[in-house]
Design a protein around this ligand. Sequence first.
Ligand SMILES: NC(=O)c1ccc[n+]([C@@H]2O[C@H](COP(=O)([O-])OP(=O)(O)OC[C@H]3O[C@@H](n4cnc5c(N)ncnc54)[C@H](OP(=O)(O)O)[C@@H]3O)[C@@H](O)[C@H]2O)c1
Length: 327
Amino acid sequence: MRAGWYDKTGPAYEVVKTGEMETPKAGPGEVLVRVHASGINPSDYKRRANVKVPAEFPRVVPHSDGAGVVAALGAGVSGFKVGDRVWVFSAQWRRDMGTAAEYVVLPAHLVNHLPAHLSFDEGACLGIPAMTGYHAVHLAGSVKGKTVYVPGATGRVGAYAVQFAKWRGAKVIASTGGGAQQIEAVKALGADIVLDRKASDLEAQIMAATGGQGVDHIVEVDLPGNMSFDERILGERGTIVSFGAASVPSIPVAQVGRRARNMGLHFIFVYLLDDATAAAVCAGINECAEGGKLINRIGGVYPLAELAKAHHEAETSTATGHFVVQI
Ligand SMILES: NC(=O)c1ccc[n+]([C@@H]2O[C@H](COP(=O)([O-])OP(=O)(O)OC[C@H]3O[C@@H](n4cnc5c(N)ncnc54)[C@H](OP(=O)(O)O)[C@@H]3O)[C@@H](O)[C@H]2O)c1
C-alpha cells in the first residue's frame, strides 16, 4: 500500500517520507479501513517535530484521525460490513500505524459510522478536535440553559465546542483574537455573542452579557494564560475545562476564591477517554452531524505524495480549520 512515515523526529521536509509498505491485515476484533482522508492534528506534528525524544517506534505512520471505507473485518466484529463509510480516531495513539496510509487496521471501538452527508475530508476532522470539543462541553453535566464561554473559538477544538454547546441549548459567548473576519466566522458557527479577546474591556463585556452573574462553563484552550481572567468571569458553581496550555505549561493555584464559589476545574487528554465515554462522545458527534448541525472547516487539502508539505503547512499556517491528506 501507499503510505507516509517518519523514522526519526525532526522538521517535516527532513523526516517525512512517502512510499510503499506492506498492507496490514485485520486480526480478531479489528477492522481494516481503506483510508480516503487523513486528518492532521497538533499532536501529530508536535510528536514528529519533537527532536528531544526519539520517534516512538522505528517507523511511525502518523495521524490519529481519518475517514474511509471498511475493507475487511476480523473475527468477532459486529456492527460493520465491508463497504461501510467510517471515521476513525486514536489510530496512532501508542501504535505505530496511523491513518497516513491507504489502509489502517484498528480495534473496532476506534471506528464509527460516517454520517451519510459528510465527505471523507469532513470525516477526517472529527476525531481529536470534535471529540475534545464535545467532551469539554459535556463533562460537567448538561449545559442546557447555561452560559458557555469559548475563548479560541476559531480553533479546531473551539469551533466544535461552540457548535456542540449551542446544539445542546446553551447560550454561547465566544471570543477570538483574529479580528473582524474571524468574529463573523464564529458567529456563523452559531455563537450568540462573539467578542474580541484582545479588547481591554472584555471582562466587562462578558459580565454585562451575563447580567453580572458570570458564565457557567468555560472551554479553555490556554488555562495558564487565561486562568486569572477566567476566575473573574466565572459564576458560582461554574466549571472550567482545560484542554490546552498555549502560553506556558503551568500555573500557580490559589484556593480561596475557587472554594468560595464551588468552582470546578477539569482537564482533558482526549486520548485517555475510557471506552464508554469515547463511545458516548462519538455517538453524540454523529447525532449532531446527522441533524445537519455540524460545520467542519477544511483549512487545507493535500495528496499523500505531499505529506511533508501538509505537515509543514499544518504546523506553520495561520489558516483556520483542519488540514487533510487525501489518499
Ligand atoms: N488535551 C487534549 O486532548 C487536546 C485535544 C486537542 C487539542 N489539544 C491542544 O489544544 C491546542 C489547540 O488545538 P486546536 O487544534 O484547536 O488548535 P488551533 O486550531 O490552532 O486553535 C487554537 C486557537 O486558540 C486561539 N488562541 C491562541 N492563544 C490563545 C489564548 N491565549 N487565549 C485564547 N485563545 C487563544 C487562537 O484563536 P484566535 O487567535 O482566533 O483567538 C487559535 O486559533 C493545541 O495545543 C493542541 O495540541 C489538546
